[in-house]
Design a protein around this ligand. Structure first.
Ligand code: TYM
Length: 328
């Protein structure tokens, strides 16, 4: 008999359309893991999104969209709890407590902060403190495993450090979570070969319409080798995406033709377009069906919010006792 593991938790920010990097790096894992864990918690990280999104209508719409995305990729609401971070104010409370045991120089070593600083971006306190809220998200529910892409690895290490620091400073309260990062898809490349990311404008949206898929794939950057020339598949941005969408046999065939010469980039892109369309269209259609029943999705979020709030409140009672602010 397969033994179930414990609690898996992860989140996605409602900052706009998810892309295939989000899917292969993280969200596909959510679907696979829902069968394996006793408890699967997937939430919409709206307070994290608030660092970059200051438009109430867009925020509202995007939150609903992430809930739809979760259902459309195959998360089963009977097996997982999908909830909205802002429904549980205890996350923010716990982040405030974590702030008091964390130093500025420690948070200044975080990649996200260093990148923003290197680019001379204006950094909000919320962005600087992002890892503390994320630690609160994770540690609140005694999470064992956190499926994410490579870019979140440091955040999970910070959550672990924070749990240890709290346990050492007060007494044992928090479990140390493990990141779940799949090596082959830890960093899914975009159409220009850099990490796929909305901020680089190099994405293929997860629920793209056929014409969007064509446009995105046609924009993939290649060198100028002719169809006859031999090519190194490992240096080509189209081939990197074939790895996600081809069967093993098909991938071997493409690889062989790259190495021997005779496969042009145009043909390679056309194959990729067909495979992406085949992959995306069933999910896209399912999403359109689910979208019709907005009310029941909102109801699900409300009910789950209530359930998770009770759970978080219990944890916080224990935390408040440990830090000495509870007089009971
Ligand atoms: P977000 O919304 O930016 O991204 C969601 C997930 O997608 C992964 N990802 C990628 N994986 C591989 N290749 C890519 N090109 C790629 N782009 C994005 C991300 O690693 C992430 O797993 N901080 C989180 C949200 C969050 C969270 C949490 C996650 C808030 N609290 C607690 C886990 C646990 C974020 O910004 O994800």
């Amino acid at each position: 008999m397969e033994t179930k593991e414990k609690t898996v938790l992860s989140g996605v920010k409602p900052t706009g359309e998810p892309h295939i990097g989000n899917y292969f790096g993280a969200m596909k894992q959510f679907v696979d893991l829902q069968e394996k864990y006793d408890e699967s918690l997937f939430f919409i990280a709206d307070y994290h999104a608030l660092n970059t999104l200051h438009n109430a209508d867009e925020m509202k719409q995007n939150i609903f969209e992430v809930a739809l995305d979760y259902l459309a990729i195959g998360l089963d609401p009977k097996k997982v709890t999908i909830f909205k971070q802002s429904d549980i104010p205890q996350h923010a409370e716990l982040a405030v407590i974590f702030n008091t045991i964390t130093t500025m120089p420690y948070l200044m070593r975080a990649h996200a902060f260093k990148d923003a600083e290197a680019k001379n971006k204006e950094i909000s306190v919320g962005t600087f403190d992002y890892p503390m809220l994320m630690a609160a998200d994770i540690l609140m529910y005694d999470t064992d495993a956190v499926p994410v892409g490579q870019d979140q690895k440091q955040h999970i290490e910070i959550a672990r450090d924070t749990a240890e620091k709290f346990n050492r400073t007060f007494s044992d309260e928090f479990k140390l979570p493990e990141p779940l990062i799949l090596k082959e898809v830890a960093v899914v490349p975009g159409t220009d070969g850099q990490k796929m990311s909305k901020s680089y404008n190099n994405t293929i949206p997860l629920f793209a319409e056929d014409t969007e898929i064509e446009k995105a794939v046609m924009s993939i950057v290649t060198d100028s080798k002719s169809p006859e020339e031999k090519k190194n598949p490992e240096e080509d941005n189209i081939f990197a995406l074939h790895k996600l969408f081809s069967s093993i046999e098909e991938l071997e065939g493409i690889e062989k033709r790259y190495k021997e010469g005779g496969m042009g980039y145009k043909e390679s892109k056309e194959i990729l377009i067909e495979n992406i369309k085949k992959f995306i269209s069933p999910m896209r259609e399912r999403r359109k069906e689910l979208e019709k029943d907005k009310d029941s999705i909102i109801k699900m979020l409300e009910e789950n919010g209530e359930k998770m709030r009770e759970r978080a409140e219990q944890k916080m009672q224990s935390v408040r006792e440990k830090i000495g602010v509870s007089l009971k």
